[in-house]
Ligand binder design. Structure first.
Ligand code: ZN
Length: 374
């Protein structure tokens, strides 16, 4: 039988690393970008097309799935993979971040978070134990510990109390995950470092998580409005506080230049709604930076979205056609923009993996910056 979870680093270049995570449902090449499949679908694109962009793993959202169709129904239907038709690894978040950002009337305590559904106002409770149970019912391959993500700009005292609670919840998550013996034998559990923008708190969080022991470690609490400079400031030290032989996952990031800067600082995994959500809104990512295809200047532009992109969209259709589709509100516009953007992100990850393997990551980063930020 294939490994439950094994991370092999193939090459390093400065702080950047490239490697492979082996799991029973397949290998994940790192640095990896995970498209977000919130409600058991990566919006506007079929699973086979997601795979064809180069994605090895996708992300599912516990908060959305527990409310609809519910974790229990998903389990009766054979789990998330079968339900949505994606047979490769899936990482699920814990629901902790989204319950605070999306639901109404939340009430936090040491036990967990009580809340009302944003869909129908129904009452629910998320705790570390319940989050582990839901992720098990979904059949997640990489389960995330349940944590508290304080908003950007909280004071030092609150940041410390929140981090300490998250570490107690991390221990409860570990116990809850391990209790699901059959699922735990074929899946992995990641802990999440907190501590806001404070190096000492981050070090304490990393030490607490390492004591508990996880298969991988996420850097949480970033990409919440602090800005790229502050985020890179934390990434200058946070990856180095975490075990070197385990994957490091920066949650909710980001723009292409965020990914390149974070990989340069030692991050291995990412997820973000940006390529899919902004694609549906008419933003295309290109090697020369993002463009808004709705702009009138593209109305008769016969060039592809990105002349150097080999995706099925760029080899078939013009900017003028995509401009027309998006302006007209045609569904195909959202579908094609999503497909190109995901392809672009995966090309970027492949480019970084190749450059790290060849020991030329600094040159890759220079060339990327020169073109993307021009
Ligand atoms: Zn393309």
């Amino acid at each position: 039988m294939a490994d439950r979870f094994a991370f092999q680093i193939g090459a390093t270049d400065g702080a950047a690393r490239t490697g492979v995570i082996a799991m029973q449902r397949g290998e994940i090449r790192t640095p990896a970008f995970m498209p977000v499949g919130t409600a058991a679908t990566v919006k506007a694109i079929r699973p086979a097309e997601v795979r064809a962009t180069g994605a090895d793993i996708i992300l599912g959202n516990t908060y959305h799935l527990m409310l609809r169709p519910t974790a229990e129904r998903m389990a009766r239907l054979g789990g998330l993979h079968k339900f949505m038709g994606w047979d490769r690894p899936i990482l699920t978040d814990s629901g902790g971040y989204q319950v605070m950002s999306l639901s109404a009337l939340t009430k936090q305590s040491e036990e967990g978070v009580a809340f009302r559904s944003h869909l129908d106002g129904s009452r629910h409770m998320l705790t570390p134990e319940r989050s582990m149970e839901i992720q098990r019912l979904l059949g997640s391959d990489i389960v995330m510990a349940f944590d508290e993500c304080p908003p950007n700009g909280v004071d030092a005292k609150r940041a410390e109390a929140s981090m300490e609670r998250s570490m107690r919840w991390a221990a409860r998550s570990r116990a809850g995950f391990d209790a699901g013996e059959e699922h735990a034998a074929r899946s992995a559990l990641f802990g999440i470092q907190q501590g806001s923008l404070d190096e000492t708190l981050r070090a304490r969080s990393a030490a607490a998580l390492t004591d508990i022991g996880f298969d991988g470690y996420a850097i949480g609490g970033l990409a919440v409005g602090e800005g790229q400079e502050a985020m890179f400031g934390v990434l200058d030290y946070a990856p180095g506080q975490l075990p070197a032989d385990k994957p490091r996952y920066l949650m909710g990031v980001g723009k292409p230049d965020d990914l390149v800067g974070a990989v340069a600082r030692g991050v291995d995994m990412f997820d973000c709604v940006l390529p899919t959500r902004s694609g549906r809104n008419g933003q295309a990512f290109t090697r020369d930076g993002p463009i808004n295809i709705r702009n009138a200047k593209f109305a008769e532009d016969q060039a592809p979205l990105d002349a150097d992109c080999s995706c099925p969209v760029c080899t078939t259709w013009s900017r003028a056609y995509l401009h027309h589709l998006v302006r007209s509100g045609e569904m195909l516009g959202a579908m094609l923009m999503t497909q190109h953007n995901l392809h672009h992100y995966q090309d970027l990850m492949q480019g970084m993996r190749d450059a790290i393997g060849a020991g030329t990551f600094a040159a890759f980063q220079r060339d990327f910056d020169a073109r993307y930020k021009r």
